[in-house]
Design a protein around this ligand. Structure first.
Ligand code: 4AD
Ligand code: MG
Length: 477
């Protein structure tokens, strides 16, 4: 008999039919009640075993983690919290799970413990919920852009271009490989390893996406990016996924509009489609907040936070205005943000970003017109010749979620800038072609997908929102 997904069984009002479900045992109570989960929803379906007509041997093998197939009658449930249950007539153990050895016990495990078992943690309610929300958000990303006529572009993962300057790169080597260039001593010449060229894993698909925007108009990338920064923080991964739209003829204002509209769309999508999972994650977060001292607790629940973002405009503030706010602020009563005083041009630290978003404006903030010195070479220089048309979107509890800009479309200005920063023109000839032939105003941004998932799920460590986190400590899988 063909099995039916638990999510469909639970929504089924046609009871008294015979059904088969397949999944994994979460708990087995009183030798009678199996809570069966098949991953299709956070909810389990209760399966009532006729223990008098089931062998001792079978009953013994119904353990947490075991894979089973149950066939029986779908009935209205007498128990609380569920509409239907399966009155089991046939039960088959598909795969045993030794209760003594199975690492995922029916109890609350620490996130640290679960991180060490990344291959099993998705079997818990929390990680099942997070990964379903992550999947829904990915779909929403494509749906948003596809509905608006953007084209999905796959930019290279292995690249010879390192002009982005977004972070340290991972070198790509081909070992062992007969054609590998070697030095006189026969050692691999790492500088020329990719068929005689030096290549790296991409830090961003932007520069390549720009070339496509200058032909297809509106494009986006959504792929893995890599940064070899050794940042042991709860916001950084060595391998993360980034969404990068790039649009011809959009200026910085249009870029901000796009980013805000896009973020609201995907958050709304998750709120609407992942209600059960978000309800669970909201409760999880509430329990976690209870552990904190009163003063540090969040005033809003997870769904309140998500709805707040949907209902309010992001506050748009220039870097210079932000510095003025920070200069006159006293975050810890007496102490000012000392280092910023008279330091126009300094990069904001996360404590400053947090202050602006969480204490001063109390909503998402788009900071724009940053000092040229602290931003990448490709950003459009403003008339003041000091600032560039850059924008960063800062989110409460997350910090920077988006980085973007209007791009420098003027060939001469771009060349000057590259010279000043020692960016080799000869390696960037293909990028410069976009400015040589039919150049036009264009803009784009990059959204760190895991930071979005962090925000939507209310999790606090980025390692917990990607299936297999790549950080300086985690690369086993
Ligand atoms: O600000 P970034 O470095 O911008 C770029 O790479 C541009 N080329 C994007 C563009 O304009 N097309 O990175 C963009 C976003 C950040 O705002 C952050 O959300 C995320 O990527 N990000 C990271 N996420 C996880 N781990 C890391 N190590 C990250 N570094 C950046
Ligand atoms: Mg950035």
């Amino acid at each position: 008999m063909k099995h039916i997904k638990v999510v469909d069984l639970l929504n089924n009002t046609k009871t008294l039919q015979e059904v088969t479900a397949k999944g994994w045992v979460r708990t087995f109570r009183n030798n009678q009640f199996i809570a069966l989960n098949d991953g299709s929803t956070i909810q389990n379906i209760q399966c009532v075993v006729d223990f008098e007509n089931t062998s001792e041997e079978t009953l013994r093998r119904i353990t947490t983690g075991a894979a089973v197939a149950v066939t029986g009658t779908l009935q209205e449930s007498q128990g609380k919290g569920q509409k239907v249950e399966i009155q089991v007539t046939k039960l088959e153990i598909l795969g045993d799970s030794d209760a003594e050895k199975y690492p995922i016990q029916p109890k609350k495990h620490s996130l640290e413990f679960l991180r060490e078992n990344a291959h099993l943690r998705v079997r818990t309610n929390a990680f099942g919920a997070i990964m379903r929300v992550r999947s829904a958000l990915s779909f929403a990303v494509h749906q948003y852009f596809q509905e608006r006529g953007f084209f999905y572009v796959n930019t290279p993962i292995i690249t010879g271009s390192d002009a982005e300057g977004a972070g340290e790169m991972f070198r790509v080597t081909a070992l062992p490989f007969d054609g590998t260039p070697r030095d006189e001593e026969g050692k691999v010449d790492f500088k020329k390893d990719f068929f005689g060229k030096e290549t790296n894993l991409t830090v961003s698909g932007q520069l390549e996406a720009e070339t496509y925007a200058m032909a297809l108009g509106q494009v986006y990338t959504f792929g893995p990016t890599f940064r070899a920064e050794n940042s042991n923080t709860s916001r950084h991964l060595a391998e993360f996924w980034m969404i990068e739209p790039e649009v011809a003829f959009n200026d910085l204002d249009a870029n901000m509009d796009l980013a805000e509209d896009f973020i609201k769309y995907v958050v709304r999508y998750a709120v609407e489609k992942c209600a059960d999972d978000l309800q669970f994650l909201e409760q999880r977060l509430a329990d976690e907040e209870k552990q904190k001292p009163q003063a540090e607790r969040s005033e809003m629940s997870l769904l309140e936070k998500l709805n707040f973002v949907l209902e309010n405009n992001f506050k748009r503030v220039s870097y210079t205005e932000a510095i003025d706010i920070l200069k006159s602020s006293t975050p810890n009563k007496k102490k000012k943000f000392q280092y910023l005083i008279d330091e126009w041009g300094a990069d904001l630290q996360s404590e400053h970003e947090r202050y602006l978003v969480e204490k001063h404006f109390k909503c998402p903030v788009i900071l724009f017109d940053y000092p040229a010195k602290i931003k990448a070479f490709y950003m459009r220089l403003n008339e003041d010749e000091k600032t560039v048309r850059a924008m960063d979107i800062l989110f409460p509890g997350i910090g920077e979620i988006v980085g973007g800009s209007q791009r420098e479309e003027r060939y001469d200005v771009l060349i000057e800038k590259m010279k000043a920063l020692n960016i080799p023109e000869e390696e960037m000839w293909w990028y410069l072609d976009t400015r040589r032939f039919g150049s036009a105003i264009h803009s784009g941004f990059g959204l760190g997908f895991e930071r979005l998932v962090l925000f939507v799920t209310g999790m606090t460590n980025i390692r917990d929102v990607i299936p297999f986190p790549r950080t300086p400590q985690n690369a086993e899988f």
